[in-house]
Design a protein around this ligand. Structure first.
Ligand SMILES: NC(=O)c1ccc[n+]([C@@H]2O[C@H](COP(=O)([O-])OP(=O)(O)OC[C@H]3O[C@@H](n4cnc5c(N)ncnc54)[C@H](O)[C@@H]3O)[C@@H](O)[C@H]2O)c1
Length: 370
């Protein structure tokens, strides 16, 4: 694409974090904002100086000037809005998870293939500075052979918007699944999962999911590597943690147990090194580098809750926006690509299915090359 990419952001809770990043990106034009309530829409448009405003997603899709939509609406809308946008000829970036059913995953793949438009799940963890650090260890050969991967996302979601209440933990598992599969550049072949504990009775009915924790194993397709992920959302005492560990034959990376400590490198035998993770802003166009270390608002109290709890999502937001725009401009798949995006989401969906069936192994559909 020779001109700037006209981007529309849908959903202005978490989504608002990305407005000034696209505004400063040299190859993007922050063209339009879309969200249901006109009051919040007007306020955001005024605050950031964005002229085009839509309260109806369908109207936004009818605007031929929109090249790409970045969807940040509630979870249950991700798939239907992504599919509609792809079918309307727009490139799609969608926050996690990509979808909530295998059927939706299949439809996203179909819509992206048939329209020829890019689809990228905006997984913050695989563009966090910790992930980029481990990627560097991998690419410089320091890890050696990757032997095992493990992730956990432990978060108390009490008090978040209503659709979170009682959500099966593995239905929001991409933050721990994605770094495990990203670092081996792979997709999962099958998964099995156990549920553990029980959440408050009032929370169970909505999704029919009783488990406090869910813990899953998956096998990486065409590789002899397996991974393990653990999640909880309610009624458990544990500080926030969004972690991943990567065990190599020469060096292993292990996440710290508590926030504000440093991760550890096991470098063989009994030797360990604590590491200070560097920032990778240098990989970005200069204008958006400051966003790896600060949110969009100068006032801390205005930042999105997930940004505060998640330590700024590891500085990932400008990397994600840059990857999405670059994929469009260079006409190449983004990272994660279409197939990784839906596979990494399906690991969680089918893990929960497995937990409901007492840990049965479930095969994950392979849409790549089919
Ligand atoms: N680290 C991460 O990757 C991360 C962090 C936070 C949130 N998220 C994801 O972002 C999404 C939004 O989270 P949130 O906390 O901002 O949620 P929220 O419920 O606070 O906000 C959702 C926004 O979507 C808008 N919206 C709802 N229905 C719409 C429609 N039909 N058309 C257009 N806009 C619509 C709402 O007006 C609101 O602005 C969630 O799905 C969550 O999974 C991801």
């Amino acid at each position: 694409m020779s001109r700037k990419v006209n981007v529309a952001i849908v959903g202005l809770g978490f989504g608002a974090e990305f407005i000034p990043i696209y505004q400063r990106h040299p190859q993007a034009h922050m063209y339009a904002l879309c969200q249901r309530s006109s009051e919040k829409l007007e306020a955001a448009a005024k605050a950031f100086g964005v002229e085009k405003k839509y309260t109806a997603f369908e109207d936004l899709l009818r605007d031929p000037a929109v090249d790409a939509v970045h969807i940040n609406s509630p979870i249950h809308l991700h798939a239907s809005q992504s599919i509609a946008a792809l079918r309307a000829g727009k490139h799609v970036a969608c926050t996690v998870p990509a979808c909530t059913t295998v059927e939706e995953a299949r439809e996203i793949v179909k819509a992206s293939r048939e329209s020829g438009k890019k689809y990228m799940m905006m997984e913050t963890v695989v563009w966090s500075r910790e992930y980029l650090f481990v990627r560097e260890l991998r690419d410089t050969g320091r890890l050696g052979r990757i032997q095992f991967v493990r992730g956990s996302h432990l978060q108390n979601m009490a008090g978040w918007p209503g659709y979170w209440e009682g959500l099966p933990p593995m239905h929001y598992a991409t933050h721990c699944v994605s770094p495990c599969l990203g670092i081996v550049n792979g997709e999962a072949e099958h998964v099995s999962c156990l549920g553990s504990g029980r959440i408050a009775e009032a929370r169970i009915a909505k999704y029919g999911s009783p488990f406090a924790f869910e813990t899953a194993h998956f096998k990486v397709r065409n590789q002899d590597v397996a991974g393990e992920v653990t999640r909880y959302l309610f009624d458990s005492a544990r500080q926030y943690q969004e972690s991943f560990d990567c065990y190599g034959s020469k060096t292993s990376f292990e996440w710290q147990l508590t926030e504000h400590d440093d991760p550890v490198l096991h470098v063989g035998g009994e030797d360990v090194e604590k590491v200070k993770i560097p920032d990778y802003a240098g990989l970005l166009p200069e204008a958006i580098r400051p966003f790896t270390t600060k949110g969009v608002y100068d006032l801390q109290e205005n930042a999105h809750l997930s940004f505060l709890q998640g330590s700024g999502h590891g500085g990932s937001h400008p990397h994600l926006a840059h990857e999405f725009i670059s994929a469009i401009v260079d006409n190449r798949p983004g990272f994660p690509d279409l197939y990784q995006s839906v596979n990494w989401t399906m690991v969680g969906i089918l893990a929960h299915e497995s937990a409901l069936r007492g840990g049965e192994r479930i095969q994950i559909p392979n849409f790549r090359g089919v």
